[in-house]
Write a protein that binds this ligand. Structure first.
Ligand SMILES: Cc1cc2nc3c(=O)[nH]c(=O)nc-3n(C[C@H](O)[C@H](O)[C@H](O)COP(=O)(O)OP(=O)(O)OC[C@H]3O[C@@H](n4cnc5c(N)ncnc54)[C@H](O)[C@@H]3O)c2cc1C
Length: 307
């Protein structure tokens, strides 16, 4: 391949399982590789207290995140990769390069940009089935330690972290009152038989501050037209997530970014692709695939074929 005037050959945005797999693949193909990460290497792995569906002897996401960080450090030490801290805002594809703009104004250019930013937490004000006071920001369930559970706890949503949290804390015996909208019903199936969970079907929930005393008033409108009011000591957020798409990506109505819809110099990997198949192994596979697709397409174009 001819030498490029870009900052790097492959720029990977996001160092979760998809991004790290992309970086390892790019470095192994001798491509100059840069990884941009806003937080910590490992992404969502750092939230997984009890890991499933992953080959190897990992029992927690943190263990796997540490292994991925070691992989990145190894290729960085070998001079094949640079890891940069920063938050990506916008991406653009051109004929000869792709360009990434960070929120601090920095611009990075690459032959190919792999966007693997995953999904981000949905807030109560973004969930259509929830009405909350301004600036209401309940702590996320996944970050709640069993010692923090006091009194009557209501959980907004039955998204997958609920099952993970219960598996990670088998010693917990207190009850979680889980407000479950129709869209979460299939996710709630895995916790239905757990005696620590009380599922409350809800088509709409209104949360207010009580006139007297602390805690929250939780008004639940059921799918059967019923209305029940509960007093909560604490409310936790388990509403699910939204795709963390960057400006400039082509996204569907659901906000996800199909790999087939993007500029040819921009590849999508991991959870950002679709609400389906959000698993570590498929994320890793798609990261490697994104780089291979770019590699062979550019070899073909330099050989005079059609990419
Ligand atoms: C509670 C929980 C339990 C789970 N349990 C399992 C399980 O047991 N088994 C399984 O297979 N899967 C599980 N999953 C799903 C799995 O974690 C994801 O499928 C996987 O992490 C997706 O990898 P990713 O690289 O696409 O995204 P992520 O892991 O989300 O990584 C994205 C990375 O991009 C970074 N980023 C985001 N935006 C920007 C930006 N603008 N600029 C720079 N960096 C950015 C983030 O900081 C993050 O590091 C679980 C998920 C959760 C939430």
């Amino acid at each position: 391949m001819k030498a490029s005037s870009c900052d790097t050959d492959v720029l990977v945005v996001g160092a979760g399982p998809a991004g790290v797999a992309a970086a390892v693949m790019a470095a192994s193909l001798n491509l100059r590789t840069m990884v941009l990460e806003a937080g910590s290497v490992g992404g969502k792995l750092l939230r997984i207290g009890a890991l499933e569906n992953v080959p190897g002897a990992w029992s927690t996401g943190t263990q796997l995140a540490e292994a991925l960080a070691a992989d990145l450090a190894r290729i960085e030490k070998a001079g094949r990769c640079t890891v940069v801290q920063g938050f990506a805002a916008q991406v653009r594809g051109y004929e000869e390069r792709a360009e990434l703009t960070l929120d601090d104004g920095r611009v990075l250019t690459a032959e190919c940009i792999v966007v693997a930013t995953g999904v981000t937490d949905l807030t109560p004000s973004e969930a259509e089935w929830v009405t909350v006071p301004a600036a209401f920001s309940p702590p996320p369930l996944w970050r709640t330690s069993p010692q923090d559970l006091t009194g009557r706890t209501y959980v907004l949503g039955a998204d997958r972290p609920l099952g993970t949290w219960l598996r990670a804390h088998p010693q917990v015996s207190s009850t979680l009152h889980v407000l479950c909208p129709p869209t979460d019903r299939y996710k709630a199936a895995e916790v239905r038989d757990d005696r620590r969970v009380r599922l409350i079907p809800a088509s709409h929930v209104v949360i207010t501050k009580p006139v007297y005393g602390g805690g929250w008033t939780v008004e639940v409108h059921g799918p059967d037209g019923s209305k029940t009011v509960y007093a909560a000591t604490a409310v936790l957020n388990n509403l699910g997530n939204l795709p963390a798409a960057l400006t400039g990506l082509v996204s569907g109505e659901d906000g996800y970014c199909s790999p087939d819809e993007q500029h040819r110099r921009i590849r999508i990997a991991g959870d950002l692709r679709s609400g389906r198949f959000q698993r570590i192994v498929t994320a890793q596979g798609s990261g490697a695939e994104a780089v291979l697709a770019h590699y062979y397409a550019s070899r073909l174009s330099h050989a005079g074929g059609t990419p």
